[in-house]
Design a protein around this ligand. Structure first.
Ligand SMILES: [Zn+2]
Length: 151
């Protein structure tokens, strides 16, 4: 109404929106879009450095502006559903040079590499710098094997 009040009591409004939600959740396309919304939120917050703890991820993300900038640079590159973009380097000239990986493989890979903010590239857990795209790719393939996706 004009005074900002709904012409309905609180309980009825609650009941209506509950029924509306229950009806919507039966709809497969709604369920899919809800799932997607959850995934996108996750991407926005944590993509780039996958650690076991949330706090570590956001710490990385905030600490290294190149990671944020690189993600912004490839933000519009579309990859298939369930796939992730992975940077082998966070140097400006490599911002758009990404590998496309299955999400699960991406997580696996990040358990085997550590970000080196001085090089803006990754190292293996043994400390070996993956200094070129080829070196990164070779190591990546040795960890996740045959699941790299072609763009
Ligand atoms: Zn990655």
């Amino acid at each position: 109404m004009g005074d900002g009040h709904l012409n309905k009591c609180k309980e009825c409004t609650k009941k209506d929106s509950r029924e509306h939600f229950n009806k919507k959740i039966q709809d497969p396309s709604f369920r899919e879009s809800e799932k997607k919304r959850g995934r996108e939120k996750y991407h926005r917050l944590y993509h780039g450095v996958y650690k076991t703890q949330k706090t570590t991820r956001s710490k990385y993300f905030n600490e290294y502006p190149e990671i944020k900038r690189a993600h912004q640079a490839v933000g519009s590159v579309r990859v298939g559903d369930g796939n992730h973009k992975h940077h082998w380097s966070y140097l400006t000239e490599h911002f758009k040079d990404v590998f496309v990986l299955k999400a699960a493989d991406h997580y696996t890979l990040h358990r085997h590499i550590l970000y080196d903010p001085d090089e803006k590239k990754f190292r293996t857990l043994d400390g070996i710098l993956l200094g070129s795209r080829e070196e990164h790719e070779d190591f990546m393939n040795s960890v996740i094997q045959e699941n790299v996706v072609d763009l």
